[in-house]
Design a binder for this molecule. Structure first.
Ligand code: PLP
Length: 424
């Protein structure tokens, strides 16, 4: 008699809950406490002053980040959401400009567009990497298109070469949302450094973090300066600073604190090792799950590396004969943590369905006639919708430490469930 499935009343494969992912250690404790002891928890001044660019740890963190990623400028912010807002403002987006974005991303990739009264336009994704499909992007370009926000989703770089080439041909800017892909390789560079601006997240769900935080990178000094202004009360600074280009110089307070920056410096030193450890988890899972009927493990495209923020699988439901929800139920009952049923279809969120962002009258869409015709109906991104509704199942790789023994247990649970699919 086979081992009875836990969902049917049998014994769980994973009895003790797995250890939570943790990228912190004594280095971060020392870094944080030395800043606290110094008494200088921030040095930013929201005026044209030598401290307009922040305190010593913020600057040191930015220099270290720029050097690690081989970019000219790194601009720290208090979240990737803030970073995306600064990036869209920095490229000079006009109200009514269309900016193409993926539906398969965290909502902020698109809301950052709305913040400048620009209009998100959703293109479909690739079946295998879940990243924006360059052919779908091409179809969505209109005379109003200004930029493309490209997530490197789950930790695998988007088809950046082709996307940047298309953008150059059509005069569009590329903003990479690399929140999930720190240290993922794309050809001879890193994800996040291929477009005009790249944005990283340092929130506590990510590979490395500062609790909350983010980082923008660019090789363009003008874009860097505009992001620095938007980060720190631009309108109060541009006059004395002598900034001539006033477009989108509405300043926010997106500043990172010195404690976070000091911890970030320590985290950055571990990034390569921590990312390599997630790669270890992803590889071990793929080796262990290969051959399970109807289950496709993540692909890695040529000249890319995958840092597995999410281990994204696709299911051939007809071949498996069990709906995804039931599979996730059975696996969760075995004690497998961090499973997700689909990911996200941002275009279907109420804000787009109702076209209500600012106030109650339909702004920013009402701003321009063309914006009213932008379509958010179900059906515009069939691949993303189908994957989300029925076929994609993921494992949040940064949710647990996933030691080698723990990954073996996860694999064992998958095999146990797959051996008894007919009973589900
Ligand atoms: C986490 C995440 C963000 C937002 O990051 P915050 O730092 O929490 O604002 C944006 N985009 C993607 C793809 C993310 O995964």
């Amino acid at each position: 008699m086979k081992d009875k499935l836990a969902v049917l009343g049998g014994t769980k494969t994973i009895v003790t809950p797995l250890e939570t992912y943790n990228s912190y250690g004594p280095e971060e404790v020392a870094a944080a406490s030395s800043v606290v002891k110094s008494g200088m928890l921030s040095r930013f001044v929201g005026a044209w002053h030598e401290n307009f660019y922040g305190g010593p740890k913020v600057r040191e963190f930015e220099e270290a980040w720029a050097s690690f990623f081989s970019v000219r400028h790194a601009i720290s912010v208090n979240s990737a959401t803030s970073g995306l807002i600064a990036a869209i403002g920095a490229i000079g987006a006009e109200p009514g400009d269309e900016i193409i974005v993926s539906p398969w991303t965290m909502s902020a990739s698109a809301t950052a567009i709305l913040v400048w009264n620009a209009i998100p336009v959703f293109a479909d994704i690739e079946q295998d990497t879940f990243n924006l499909d360059v052919n779908s992007i091409r179809e969505k370009i209109t005379k109003n298109t200004r930029a493309i926000v490209v997530p490197d989703i789950f930790g695998h770089p988007a088809e950046l070469g082709a996307i940047v080439a298309l953008a150059r041909e059509r005069g569009l800017k590329v903003i990479e949302d690399a929140a999930q892909a720190p240290a993922a390789r794309y050809r001879d560079g890193y994800a996040g450094t291929i477009g005009d601006i790249g944005v990283f997240s340092l929130n506590y769900h990510k590979h490395i973090h500062t609790g909350e935080g983010g980082m923008c990178v660019t090789n363009d000094p003008a874009l860097a300066e505009r992001m620095q202004l938007i980060r720190n009360h631009a309108e109060a600074v541009v006059g004395p600073k002598g900034t001539a280009d006033l477009n989108n110089m509405i300043g926010f307070n997106f500043r990172l604190g010195e404690v976070e920056a000091a911890m970030g410096i320590a985290q950055l030193k571990k990034l390569e090792r921590l990312a390599a450890d997630r790669v270890r988890v992803g590889r071990q899972l793929t080796d262990g799950l290969v051959g399970l009927t109807g289950l496709t493990t993540p692909v890695i495209k040529t000249a890319c590396s995958h840092v597995y923020y999410v281990y994204g699988m696709t299911l051939d439901i007809a071949a498996i004969g069990v709906p995804r929800t039931r599979l996730v139920e059975a696996l969760s009952a075995e004690g497998v943590p961090g499973l997700i049923n689909g990911y996200t279809n941002v275009h279907l969120l109420p804000i787009y369905q109702k076209r209500l962002a600012f106030g109650s009258k339909g702004y920013p869409w009402k701003h321009a006639d063309d914006s009213l015709s932008v379509n958010y109906a179900k059906g515009i991104c069939p691949i993303a919708e189908n994957l989300h509704d029925t076929r994609m199942m993921g494992l949040l790789t940064c949710s647990c430490q996933f030691s080698e023994q723990e990954v073996n247990l996860v694999i064992k649970a998958f095999h146990k469930v797959w051996n008894q699919l007919s009973l589900l």
